[in-house]
Every structure is written in C-alpha cells, then in structure tokens.
Design a protein around this ligand. Structure first.
Ligand SMILES: Cc1cc2nc3c(=O)[nH]c(=O)nc-3n(C[C@H](O)[C@H](O)[C@H](O)COP(=O)(O)OP(=O)(O)OC[C@H]3O[C@@H](n4cnc5c(N)ncnc54)[C@H](O)[C@@H]3O)c2cc1C
Length: 264
C-alpha cells in the first residue's frame, strides 16, 4: 500500500469538500474492491474519503412509483428490504446472490456500480430497469451510465448518492455464477414494462449490454420459447480461464430463458 491521507466526514458538504482537496481523492464505500486494489498497489489515491460516517444514504424507500436506494445501502440491506421483497423481488434476490455474507454486509450498491466490474450483478439490473443513477451533480440514466471495462460516466470527485428504480410489471435475474467468487460468468436481467421489454447482460462482455433481438421477440410474446433460435454472437465477448466466448454466448440464451421463466 502507498501512503494516503484518510478522512471520515459525517455530512455530504464535508464529503464534497474532502473530495475536492485533491484530483487524486477517492471515495471509500464498503472497501471490498478498493482496499484489495490499494494493497496490490494498483491505485494510488492521495486522499481516501470514507463514506461510512455519512448518515441517511443507506436506506431503501418507496417514493411515488419509484424505489430509491441510497448509495451506501449494502447488498445485505437490499436483499432484506421488505419494500424490495414485496415490490421488486428480482432486485432483492440479485443482491442476496452477490458474493458471500462478508461481501454482502460490507459492499454497497454505489460502490458496485461506480466500480463497473464486467462481472458484477447490479449493472444488469440498473440497465434492464433503466434506473436513474443520481449523483451530487446530476442524474444519469442506466443506459448512459456504463461506458466500458471498469468505466462509467462519473467524473473525478463525482459521488453517487442514490439509485432510483422504476417498477416493472415483471422482472427476474438469472446468473451462472463463478463457483469461487459468485461473480457472474453470465447474468441476464429481464424486465417487462407496459411499453416494452428490456434484457441486460453482465459478465459476458467488457461491460453490461442489452440484447435488442431478445427484447423485440419478448415484446411480441413474453415467453421463454420466444427466444428459441436467437443467438448472441461470440465475437467481442470475454474469453478467459473461466469460460470461452462461445460458451458465454451460449449461456446468455440459457440465462435469458431462465429469467423469463422466473419472471414474477
Ligand atoms: C470475494 C468477493 C466476491 C464478490 N462477489 C461479487 C458478486 O458475486 N457479484 C457482484 O456484483 N460483486 C461481487 N463482489 C464485489 C462487491 O460486491 C462490491 O460491491 C464491490 O467490491 C464494490 O463495492 P464497495 O461498496 O465495496 O466499494 P469500494 O470497494 O469501497 O469502492 C469501489 C469503487 O467505487 C468508488 N465508489 C464507492 N462508492 C462510491 C460512490 N457512492 N460514488 C462514487 N464512487 C464510489 C470507489 O472510489 C472505488 O473506485 C465481490 C467482491 C469480493 C471481494
């Protein structure tokens, strides 16, 4: 680990001030990715701004026809939320399938989507639900938030404060987990809205992406059989020691059908 300055403010204005003290300042949420990254000397922030001192950013609330999830809500909080379990059980189940109990009790939704790991689960939900990612500066739609491998539209010092989710008629997430980490080898989130269907895939490519051919077929007939014969090309998909690109391409079809069949 390199040396860094550590700050733990207790209000949003103090957090913003601390992040503005250096162009190398970074927020620290659950630390599940950032701490190992620091230990491996892959990041060298001048200032680490711990968000754990903030109050009021870790709740799940119903606001009108949306559900608002604070950026510091842990995966365990999301998984156990009575609001989500009743109104959007697919998202609660997704959070409950992340990593292990330690990771779920420390890792946060804000940290997960800011990190934009290609195999993370939340990006599939954020894009399939076209959730609004609200920061201290603006609101970014799910479609516009993820830019590439570990890359988002966040600017230096910009802080995610909450995620606003529109409720679909039906939704489900199916993942084929890496048996060691539980990260997604492939995960598919399917959401059916009044005006259409959205299918988002994580784990398979450098970043989350939608499958328009599947969305069109499901808009005509919302049944797993509607996906018969729809193949996602393997070119451009991830190929590593865990799975080859053509295996991941095949898994997209399998997981998409499972998600549609599980839709509630
Ligand atoms: C063993 C293990 C297994 C895991 N398995 C899974 C899995 O199955 N599925 C899955 O999806 N994930 C998995 N994860 C990742 C985990 O879920 C965490 O969500 C993820 O590591 C980052 O969240 P965090 O809160 O710990 O963020 P941190 O590690 O604290 O931060 C990560 C990055 O986000 C930035 N950041 C944090 N909060 C904010 C914010 N509010 N605004 C702007 N930037 C911010 C930080 O500066 C940093 O760059 C696993 C991790 C581990 C260690």
């Amino acid at each position: 680990m390199y040396d860094f300055d550590y700050q733990r403010p207790s209000s949003m204005p103090e957090v913003k001030k601390a992040l503005a003290t250096s162009t190398d300042a970074m927020p620290l949420a659950g630390g599940q990715t950032l701490i190992p990254t620091l230990k491996q000397r892959l990041r060298k922030p001048a200032v680490l701004v711990d968000l754990q001192g903030l109050r009021g950013f870790n709740e799940v609330q119903s606001v009108g026809d949306k559900i608002v999830i604070g950026a510091m809500a842990t995966h365990a909080t999301v998984a156990a939320s009575p609001i989500l379990r009743k109104r959007l059980p697919a998202l609660a189940a997704l959070a409950g399938g992340i990593g292990d109990p330690h990771v779920r009790n420390r890792g946060t939704i804000g940290g997960s989507i800011a990190n934009a790991d290609p195999a993370a689960d939340y990006p599939a939900a954020v894009v399939a639900l076209n959730a609004d990612v609200v920061t201290d500066r603006r609101t970014v739609t799910g479609d516009a938030f993820f830019k590439g491998l570990f890359e988002t539209s966040l600017e230096q010092g910009e802080l995610i404060t909450s995620v606003h989710v529109k409720l679909p008629e039906k939704a489900a997430y199916a993942k084929f987990p890496n048996p060691a980490s539980r990260f997604a080898l492939v995960g598919v989130f399917v959401a059916k809205f009044k005006d259409g269907v959205r299918v988002a895939v994580t784990g398979a490519g450098p970043t989350v992406f939608r499958v328009k051919t599947m969305e069109e077929a499901l808009a005509k007939s919302f049944a797993a059989a509607a996906l018969d014969g729809i193949a996602v090309p393997a070119s451009g998909l991830n190929s590593d020691l865990h799975a080859a690109a053509d295996y991941r391409a095949h898994l997209i079809g399998v997981m998409a059908k499972r998600a549609v069949a599980a839709c509630s």
